[in-house]
Design a protein around this ligand. Structure first.
Ligand code: CTP
Ligand code: CA
Length: 228
């Protein structure tokens, strides 16, 4: 359905959005990254700004242009640790947090000061990884009642069951579940088929549509949540 601009107002609201992928350095020239394009997070930032919100957009690695909008304040990060710091410093003033970033789950246990060299007699290299902090879970645990925290769930299989576990375990108010495998792979695509999970409600499966349309519909839901 078409959304009329008048139905959606986030005027006076602060929306904090994370977008893109994190990079975890291994040595001065290498990192572990992921295929996130940042498109969803950027579409969300644009839709929020168009709805009248002030937007803090924290971006990692992205493969699209950044939006230029007076209402969108861009903050750059590389690592999960930097993302955590940025989210924590901006969360207090936010009415809404949307964690659209593709955050590394593991990072190298050791960061080499020098470039890691090949050795003639070494056909294999083992890199030890250690878990990163779950930013969504950590930050959502501190949320006030008047704040809305929205996470994503990227799944290749058992979408609803896995996404529901994230809704229950991460202290998020809503989880936006999408697939990252097969024909509707959300990563790098312009379109997305999402299912919205909320506590005490049936999962709401949305049709396949552009990420811009998903973002606009989400702003409509958020503005309804705040009683507009
Ligand atoms: N997330 C986070 N910090 C992490 C990992 C993920 O804040 N260290 C956030 C993501 O931004 C997303 C949500 O948690 O909003 C779910 O991410 P996802 O990768 O789908 O789930 P994980 O909890 O990391 O579990 P897994 O990857 O094992 O499915
Ligand atoms: Ca993950």
């Amino acid at each position: 359905q078409q959304i009329q601009p008048a139905q959606v107002s986030l005027a006076g609201r602060h929306v904090l959005i994370t977008a893109g992928g994190t990079r975890e350095p291994l040595d001065p020239v290498r990192f572990i990254g992921n295929r996130s394009s940042g498109k969803m997070g950027i579409a969300l930032a644009q839709a929020a700004a168009q709805s009248g919100a002030e937007v803090d957009l924290i971006v990692g690695q992205i493969s699209v242009d950044l939006p230029v909008d007076d209402r969108i304040h861009v903050h750059h990060i590389q690592t999960t640790e930097e993302l955590l710091q940025a989210v924590q410093s901006l969360f207090n003033q936010a009415d809404v947090l949307i964690m659209a970033a593709a955050v590394a789950d593991f990072k190298p246990l050791h960061l080499a000061n020098q470039k890691i060299k090949k050795q003639a007699n070494q056909p294999e290299l083992t890199i030890q990884l250690t878990k990163t902090v779950d930013i969504l879970k950590t930050v959502a645990a501190t949320k006030r009642d008047d704040q809305l925290v929205i996470g994503f769930a990227a799944e290749t299989n058992d979408l609803l069951a896995n996404a529901d576990k994230k809704l229950q375990s991460k202290h998020a108010d809503w989880i936006i579940a999408n697939r990252v495998a097969g024909s509707h792979n959300a990563f790098a695509n312009d379109q997305d088929q999402v299912t919205i999970l909320r506590h005490g409600q049936q999962p709401d499966k949305w049709p396949l549509q552009s990420k811009q349309a998903v973002a606009q519909h989400l702003m409509q839901l958020i503005s309804q949540h705040f009683g507009k």
